[in-house]
Design a protein around this ligand. Sequence first.
Ligand code: BTN
Length: 318
Amino acid sequence: MKDTVLKSLKQKRVVSGQSLASELGISRTAVWKYVNQLRREGYRISSSPRLGYTLDSVPDSLLAAEIEENLQTRIQGRKIISCREMQSTQDHAKKLAIQGGSEGTIVVAETQSAGRGRMGRSWASPPGGLYFSVILRPGITLAGAAGLPLVAAVALARAIQPYTAVAPGLKWPNDVLIQKRKAAGILVEMSAEMDRLDWVVIGIGVNVAAASVQLPPEIRRTSTSLAIESTRIVHRAQLLGDILYELEEALDMFQTQGFEPLRKQWKEKSHTLGKHVTVVGSRQSIEGKAVDIDGSGALVMECAGGIRQRVTSGDLFF
Ligand code: BTN
């Protein structure tokens, strides 16, 4: 209901408590209660006995109504679950996916108390960042899904590019770097029966507002944020709309044309290929030159003696 009050205020800008109450079928006291909730969330709403409520300014909010205003998608984000605090949007979205949650549902939180990263790491999620997960049900096989993390990375880099002075680069498999430091990460999890994908949940975390000192000390040297790198003010609902748009476009392309055009885009944005790297996997580490991405998204490395190795998972270090 708070979202509906906000939508109405946005449409009309000035509206009396009585007409809002009749439009929404609630009491004037209930309208007043929702207006006060919105004020607490940073919306500046003045009231006068003659005019009623006036929406004076909006904060950088992730309420569903703000996100909806910035959507240009057919499917992604058409159902929104937005909370102030959550343990992990990824875990919440996975639960929904298992219960049959619809494709394109997004779960977004202002802050996460147990945000998860790749390889069992945690993901620091202070207020002011963008943390969300989206449920997908793509018509691809489990084998084909190996390319998804790279597809998501291409989409994320495309969405972030207009916000930064320098074009983002990609670190295999799916970190988005700005000026060689990580600004955003992607976690892709899925479930399949035989070779048929049931659901995929893509979780994305973008360091938006964090100043360097607000980043955890252990990642301060290797991480950055849009606030540090950006040339413009970032409205997170707009950034989210841009990411969902690029994600939908990239997924459409992946499903209709396959991985090849996205592999090409990933390689164009690569900050990995041509470099000497070490990939630390769960069982072994491989050292060598990163030379290519193959047709399923694996990293091709040239190791000692010119031997080529395909690497499908792990943490990459320069
Ligand atoms: C990584 O680079 O290690 C992946 C980070 C993914 C973080 C996002 S934030 C939203 C979603 N919820 C989580 O708990 N994790 C992902």
